[in-house]
Design a protein around this ligand. Structure first.
Ligand code: HEM
Length: 533
């Protein structure tokens, strides 16, 4: 995050940005948004004024929060769609919750998630080769293998978190230490995620990690620049921008390619001789190779290809999880002591850790219902994306919404205003308040009564459960497939923190910043910690 802010304040970057913005403004005036359905209302646009779309777009740079609230109140909450003048890309059609099912159930050749992701992330340039997002084999591996291998991943991630805490927060039991929260969370998430992806010791290698983080930031920055540039400039600017990605990738590949080659050799030997004395690690590299073999896919057996596939997975995992856990720690630490949130979490974690004899399993982590609720509630109230489940219209003739009868043209973006749903008092009483145990209170009460009630609550209220009311991982068949891993990873992170460190509460919640349509936690915030005696 700091890197992005530094880049923005750097004059060498500021000049091309101003040029980019000028081109963008001209582009909007001349071409953009002209083909969106006329029968849909806009928010923030005054048709009586010249350049009304441009004015609306400029407004949304600093006033997305008000525009979304107004759109929700005037249209979404009344079952109507409207056009939101996004400042970081084309204007979007936002549908009401009553059309969410329609939105999510359209086949990919009608409303495409992959095309939206690729276009909005500069997929042709940001991921080393167009092919990587065009044929996302890495997503296929995650869908097929991550959730079913979680049991073996849990002890590895716990071990990685323990050594990361010791390396970064230290072991001094006497003096308090100031920790830059977001940077520190990025290191935890980077190491823990890469323990699952490439294993130790590569996940701990400083050069590997630093370049992987830089690469994920390249994707964010380049994606933001490309989104506001007209398409005809992409082949030149996209290729130039992607030189940084190529460089950072090459610094990671020098570590991953040798271990991938070695893995391929061991796995082949084991296939030919089952008595060969070697146990295959349970990580992304193994899952990828096994799936490629099962599908007889020789392209995906190439070490360079596998090393490239690791890049979009790191992108999907790192910033999302870092921002989520940063927000959760801030929300927990700034809740008034009178609510007993820290104590409540501590008590639950200590009890569960003792009950599993210090060896976490899926079952023991599932008993952490308060911890689960504290993170889910933070994802609800402190969501960093504001619109979600975004899709791109694919058919040449566009797509017609069956309820409202408008037709969106080919190429248009359609999604939903998640922020306003998460803050709707009809859905969540006191919606702006962080109520850490909002989702676990009922579960704990239900567990005291019949098992049926507990089962029902588990299905509806746990962190990985998506719905039309909880959209942080989106919903439907493209809902984030990494979320089951995230649940265990973040519960273990909080568990290690509260079992081993004293952490000073915050006197008040530092405000998150709205940057266009995204909401980010304060990157400069430090917290004070001390290893428990
Ligand atoms: C707190 C952390 C995370 C959040 C909030 C998050 C959120 C999301 C969201 C909103 C989507 C888009 C879904 C849609 O378009 O409808 C998505 C997609 C995806 N995420 Fe995550 N994600 C997180 C972590 C991860 C991790 C750790 C992984 C992998 C290890 C991962 C892998 C993916 C993949 C492969 C997709 C594409 C799915 C598809 O298009 O079918 N995510 N995620």
């Amino acid at each position: 995050m700091e890197a992005i802010l530094d880049a923005l304040s750097n004059s060498q970057v500021a000049k091309p940005l101003i040029l980019t913005l000028t081109v963008y403004v001209l582009w909007i005036v001349l071409f953009a948004s002209s083909s969106l359905p006329n029968d849909l209302p806009w928010i923030g646009r005054d048709n009586s004024k010249a350049f009304s779309s441009l004015r609306a777009t400029i407004k949304s740079i600093s006033r997305s929060r008000e525009l979304l609230a107004e759109g929700y109140q005037k249209y979404s909450s009344k079952g109507k769609s409207y056009i939101f003048p996004a400042c970081d890309g084309p204007s979007e059609i936002l549908v009401p919750k009553s059309s969410l099912r329609w939105l999510l159930e359209q086949p990919d050749n009608v409303l495409s998630a992959a095309e939206y992701h690729s276009e909005s992330l500069g997929g042709d340039y940001n991921f080393l080769d167009k092919y990587i997002l065009e044929d996302p084999f890495q997503d296929h591996v995650i869908y097929r293998s991550l959730t079913r291998n979680l049991q073996s991943v849990i002890p590895e991630v716990w071990d990685e978190l323990a050594s990361t805490f010791e390396d970064t927060w230290g072991t001094d039991r006497k003096a308090w230490k100031a920790i830059p929260l977001m940077d520190s969370m990025m290191t935890f998430v980077g190491r823990a995620s890469n323990r699952m992806l490439v294993g130790a010791p590569v996940c701990q290698n400083k050069e590997y990690l630093a370049n992987m983080m830089k690469y994920t930031t390249d994707v964010v920055v380049n994606g933001a620049i490309l989104r506001v540039l007209p398409k005809f400039l992409h082949p030149v600017i996209g290729r130039l921008l992607s030189l940084r990605n190529q460089w950072h990738y090459s610094r990671t590949a020098k570590y991953t390619i040798p271990i991938i080659e070695e893995r391929l050799r061991h796995m082949e030997r084991k296939r030919n001789d089952p008595t060969y004395d070697w146990e295959q690690p349970s990580d992304y590299i193994t899952w990828h190779i096994n799936l490629a073999i099962a599908e007889n896919n020789s392209i995906e057996m190439d070490p360079i290809m596998i090393s490239r596939r690791l890049m979009p997975i790191n992108f999907a995992a790192i910033h999302t999880t870092t921002i989520t856990i940063t927000n959760a720690v801030i929300d927990i630490l700034s809740t008034s002591a009178s609510k007993g949130v820290l104590e409540g979490l501590q008590e639950e974690i200590e009890h569960a850790y003792a009950a599993c004899n210090g060896v976490w399993t899926k079952a023991s982590l599932a008993t952490l219902v308060r911890t689960d609720s504290a993170i889910r509630e933070s994802m609800r109230v402190s969501n960093f994306m504001t619109r979600n489940a975004m899709r791109k219209v694919m058919p040449a003739g566009g797509v017609t919404n069956p309820t409202e009868k408008w037709t969106a043209p080919q190429g248009a973006y359609i999604g939903i205003d998640m922020h306003s749903i998460h803050h709707d008092p009809e859905i969540y009483p006191s919606p702006n308040e962080y109520d850490a145990f909002r989702f676990s209170r009922a579960r704990e009460e239900a567990s005291a009564s019949s098992g049926d009630a507990l089962d029902k609550m588990k299905k509806t209220e746990s962190m990985s459960t998506t719905s039309g009311d909880f959209l942080s991982f989106s919903h439907g068949r493209h809902a984030c497939p990494g979320r089951f891993f995230v649940v265990y990873e973040l519960k273990m992170l909080l568990a290690f923190m509260l079992l081993n460190y004293e952490v000073e509460p915050l006197s008040q919640r530092p405000q998150n910043k709205w940057i266009g349509g995204n909401v980010v936690p304060p990157s400069e915030l430090s917290i004070r910690v001390k290893r428990k005696a």
